[in-house]
Write a protein that binds this ligand. Structure first.
Ligand SMILES: Nc1nc2c(ncn2[C@@H]2O[C@H](COP(=O)(O)OP(=O)(O)OP(=O)(O)O)[C@@H](O)[C@H]2O)c(=O)[nH]1
Ligand SMILES: [Zn+2]
Length: 177
């Protein structure tokens, strides 16, 4: 960080900047903490339930950093699943925790979307999973192409949502408003 400050023409020893390398190190430790967490642990607790219909959590806040520029992208995730035949469900907060574990890494939005869908699919063995992310990328807003307000939408579907167009359309109608 000190070398970056010198490279951009700053004085790393001036009062406001002298502790900046340390601050950035601490900030990065938090922003990239997901690299040191086992995502499977997030879903370690699950419950039996007689619910065989859609469970959908909308508008889960997403903060991540693109791996190309290390600039933030942020927006929301919508995560839905239909529990498997043995009816296991997870705590609703775990879906938000799962987003954070994968988001707190150098990312691309597509991979973040797929990682969430794959882990839910693997660990909960649900009948279907649908994940939609809508994010704005600062690397496209405050630099480069300067397109402020454009949002990128990515989705990943697993299980019955892949084959059953009616179920997918029903879930999408609850997600996209
Ligand atoms: N597919 C994808 N691309 C992303 C994501 N985040 C940033 N990017 C893009 O990554 C690309 C990197 O392109 P490069 O040409 O290597 O880098 P660059 O010269 O800084 O590109 P510009 O942003 O076009 O100025 C850019 O087009 C970014 O918009 C993401 O989550 N998914
Ligand atoms: Zn970027």
């Amino acid at each position: 960080m000190r070398e970056i400050l010198i490279a951009i023409g700053e004085d790393p020893d001036r009062d406001g900047l002298v502790r900046t390398p340390t601050r950035v190190a601490h900030a990065y430790a938090e922003l990239f903490a997901g690299l040191r967490v086992d995502p499977g642990q997030v879903l370690a607790t699950s419950f039996e339930a007689d619910h065989e219909e859609l469970v959908l959590v909308r508008d889960i806040e997403v903060f991540s950093l693109c791996e190309h520029h290390l600039l933030p992208f942020h927006g929301v995730a919508h995560i839905g699943y239909i529990p498997g035949v043995d009816g296991r469900i997870t705590g609703l907060s775990k879906l938000g925790r799962l987003v954070d574990v994968f988001a707190r890494r150098p990312q691309v939005q597509e991979r973040l979307t797929v990682q969430i869908a794959d882990l839910l699919s693997e660990r909960l063995e649900p009948r279907g999973v649908i994940v939609v992310l809508e994010c704005e990328h600062m690397c496209m807003a405050m630099r480069g192409i300067h397109k402020v307000g454009s949002r990128t939408v990515t989705s990943a579907v697993r299980g019955l949502f892949q084959d059953d167009a009616k179920s997918r359309a029903e879930a999408m109608s609850l997600i996209i408003r």
